[in-house]
Design a protein. Sequence first.
Length: 142
Amino acid sequence: MKTERILRRFAIACAVVLLFAAATPRTSWIAPSGSGMTHSAGWDWIATLSGVLALAGLGVGAAARPRIALAVFGASIAAGAFGLAMFAAASHWAALMTGAMTLPGWILYPAPLVPAFAVVAAAGMVCTLILLGVWLQPSRCA
């Protein structure tokens, strides 16, 4: 029971952190003339919406206990949402680091918190999957 509570709280904390992804600094480009542009490429909104989905999934899963089917459904939604946020942030960071988003002659300032949100989403997904395993144990169904 204590393990389940810790895992659920940690997963919820990860989902809450994802809600703040849209408020993070964006990637910026500065042209040789001094003008510039700022863009997020959408990873931040995907992470924010994934945080909402993860919270909903964790809530459904926890409320559905001890009914296995609804608990599995809720945990699966949460794990999928965390996975989507992790993929969006990690792929955006990989594109930044490999130069895929570099413009000739422009100076690139990558968004600084993208990898942190990828790690938070990965941690939330791992906790949710372990929580799903705990919920599937027959001794925990009573």
